[in-house]
Each structure stands twice: as C-alpha cells, then as structure tokens.
Design a binder for this molecule. Structure first.
Ligand SMILES: NC(=O)c1ccc[n+]([C@@H]2O[C@H](COP(=O)([O-])OP(=O)(O)OC[C@H]3O[C@@H](n4cnc5c(N)ncnc54)[C@H](OP(=O)(O)O)[C@@H]3O)[C@@H](O)[C@H]2O)c1
Length: 331
C-alpha cells in the first residue's frame, strides 16, 4: 500500500447519492460505519485499506460514535490518524458523523443524554478524530431520565457553536421522534436524519417510524442491513473463526445465527435467483423504501466492501421476489 494517498480521479463516476429527506444534503446510498473493525484490536493497515477503497468508490460518509472500538474511543482515534494522514485534503468532500449517549466514560457524565454529557463528549470526539467539526452529531439513544428538551438543546448548541453542521438521533421511537423533531424545529435547528436498525430480519421501523420520517421530511440511514453479517454468505455452512459471531466482543450471538439459519438459506436461494449474493440482495432490499437515504454497512475487508457496493447495480425487486421475502421474514 502506497504511503501517500491520492483519491481515485473517477471516484464519483459510478457513485449513487440520494437526498436526505427534504434537506439540501445528499448522502451515498451506501455509507461505511466504524463500529467494528476499526478498534485497537484491528490492524490499522486493513482499516486504512477499507477507508481508502470506500472513498475511491464514492462513499463520502463515514459514521462513528464516541464508544466505538474496542476499547471505546479507539475507532475515533484510529480514524483521526488515518484522516490526518490520508483524507485531510478531502475534508470538504466527506460527511463525518459521531454520536454520544452510550456508556463511554466513568462518572455520571460519561453516558446518556444530558447537555453536559453530549457537549463534552463531542469535544472529545473532535480531538480524537482530529477535525474541527463533524457533519452530523447524533443523540445515540433516547434518555428516559433527561428532559427531551435538554437533549435537543444540546444538539442545537452543537450546531450553533460550529461543532456540527447537522443534528440527528438514533433509536428514537416514532413518538419520541415526532416530539424531538418539533423541539428541534422550534429551536431553529431542524433534525436532518434518523439512524435506526433495519434489515430483512428486523423490520421494526416499518411499524410507524417510516411514516413519521416521511411526514417530517427527515431521512433514514439504516444500520446493520446485513444483520451484522447474518445476511451474507458468512454463515451459510458454519460459524467461521474470524467472523463477528465467533468473536468475544462481536455482539452477534452464535445462538442468533443458529436460530436464523433456515431463513438465511431460504433468502440465499432468492438472491441466487436474482443473480446477486445474499449480501447484495439484503442491501438492495433496505434501499427499496423511499424513506431510506442510505444503507450503513460495516466491512472487515476490502473484498466484502467491493461485494457490497455491487448491490447498487441491481436495486429493483419483482413483486414475486418481495412476496417470497415477506413470507420468510414478515413485518
Ligand atoms: N446507532 C446505533 O446504535 C448503531 C448500532 C449498530 C451499528 N451502527 C452503525 O452501523 C454500522 C454498520 O453496522 P454493522 O457493522 O452491524 O452492519 P452490517 O453491515 O449489518 O454488518 C457488517 C459485518 O458483516 C460482515 N460482512 C459485511 N459484508 C460482508 C460480505 N460481503 N460477506 C460476508 N460478510 C460480510 C462483516 O463481519 P465479519 O466481522 O464477520 O467479517 C461486517 O463487519 C456501524 O459501523 C455503525 O456505524 C449504529
């Protein structure tokens, strides 16, 4: 790998973008998340390869959070190093996001959604990522013990103070989303985007959230569209030792993979009929909803990223394919 990075001149030639709700911002249809594979436990050379390849293919959006690693904070630190060495000249072409709201530091201010937690966490994230601002700052999860107006006030302050360009929230229910949107709008900092999980085997957002987002003109960026790797060829035969399900800090449980195995096999047959891999079909499927601006993927190798990007070549579904998927994985 060359020491000096020069982005591919044709990086936007085959790239696909979509508007985020009714905002002025466009995001790539596939974005890259750094939750896994970018911690101190992961080789920095692979991290750099994945980020370079992504940007070379027109992926302009990298998604982080204060606690990504392991250990927490290390994904931002590693990203900051690679950013300063490779991507600093391209800052204006990048949409970088971070979040606060999950456990990060000791004491009462290292978690949840108070103004103190959010603003101090964002300041730490900017230092680790070696940037002056992030493009999107998220409340990572709703906080049942902090007034929503305080959390939204912190997002508004993050934007007004120049630490972030846009505000968003993650994992807010339809009702919480509707209320938070009104508060932010009244403050003069509209909510840009909602981040929630969505995949063929997890269709919760279809039960109300997409309706709220469509009404309010807010975009959805959906995480874990591959169900953390279950909707790929990874687990068709067994649980490989280098897979997320086999790793101690992986979050994906082997029991979950085993429980879903027959569905994975059946979905794989539909994907084969479409001339796609299961991963490609799973990505195309989340992108079929008009509310979904971007599919937020993870990848542990450039090979996975390349396979996933090719999903954009075939996004259409026939009615019979959709019906067959509904039968395997109903809403
Ligand atoms: N807001 C939130 O609360 C929240 C929560 C979770 C995630 N997120 C965001 O969403 C991003 C994506 O989440 P995710 O990593 O769970 O997404 P995902 O795309 O569903 O899963 C990614 C994992 O699947 C495997 N994989 C990917 N492509 C593959 C392919 N072509 N063939 C075989 N295996 C493949 C890899 O795991 P292996 O290690 O097995 O190779 C990869 O790390 C995160 O990085 C983060 O930015 C946000």
């Amino acid at each position: 790998m060359s020491l000096h990075y020069l982005a591919a001149a044709d990086r936007y030639e085959h790239a696909h973008f979509a508007r985020v709700g009714r905002s002025g911002l466009m995001l790539p249809r596939i974005s890259l998340g750094l939750w896994h594979n970018f911690g101190d436990v992961d080789p920095l050379s692979t991290q750099r390869e994945i980020l370079r390849r992504a940007f070379d293919c027109g992926i302009t959006h990298f998604d982080l959070a204060n606690n990504y690693g392991p250990p927490p904070g290390s994904a931002e630190t590693n990203f900051g190093r690679i950013f300063s060495e490779d991507f600093a000249p391209y800052r204006d072409e990048l949409i970088l996001s971070t979040k606060a709201g999950h456990p990060m530091g000791p004491g009462p201010y290292g978690d949840w959604g108070s103004r103190k937690s959010l603003i101090s966490s964002l300041d730490q994230s900017l230092k680790r990522m070696r940037v002056d601002y992030v493009d999107i700052f998220y409340s990572h999860r709703p906080d049942p013990n902090t007034p929503l107006s305080e959390t939204m006030g912190a997002l508004d302050h993050a934007v007004r103070s120049g630490r972030a360009l846009y505000a968003g929230f993650s994992k807010y229910s339809p009702d919480q989303t509707a209320e938070a949107v009104q508060i932010l709008r009244a403050l003069g900092t509209p909510c840009l985007i909602h981040q929630s999980s969505y995949s063929i085997v997890n269709r919760q957002i279809e039960n109300g959230l997409t309706g709220v987002l469509a009404n309010e003109g807010i975009g959805a960026i959906v995480f874990s569209p591959l169900a953390q790797g279950m909707l790929t060829a990874r687990y068709l035969k067994d649980i490989p030792p280098d897979s997320r399900a086999a790793k101690e800090h992986g979050f994906l449980q082997t029991q979950t993979v085993e429980k879903n195995h027959s569905r994975i096999v059946a979905l794989n047959a539909i994907a084969e009929g479409r001339g796609q891999s299961l991963a490609q079909m799973a990505i195309a499927w989340v992108l079929r909803l008009p509310e979904v601006t971007s599919a937020l993927l993870g990848a542990s190798s450039v090979r996975q990223l390349d396979e996933n990007l090719a999903a954009l070549k075939h996004l259409e579904f026939s009615d019979s394919e959709l019906t067959a998927i509904d039968q395997i994985a109903p809403v």
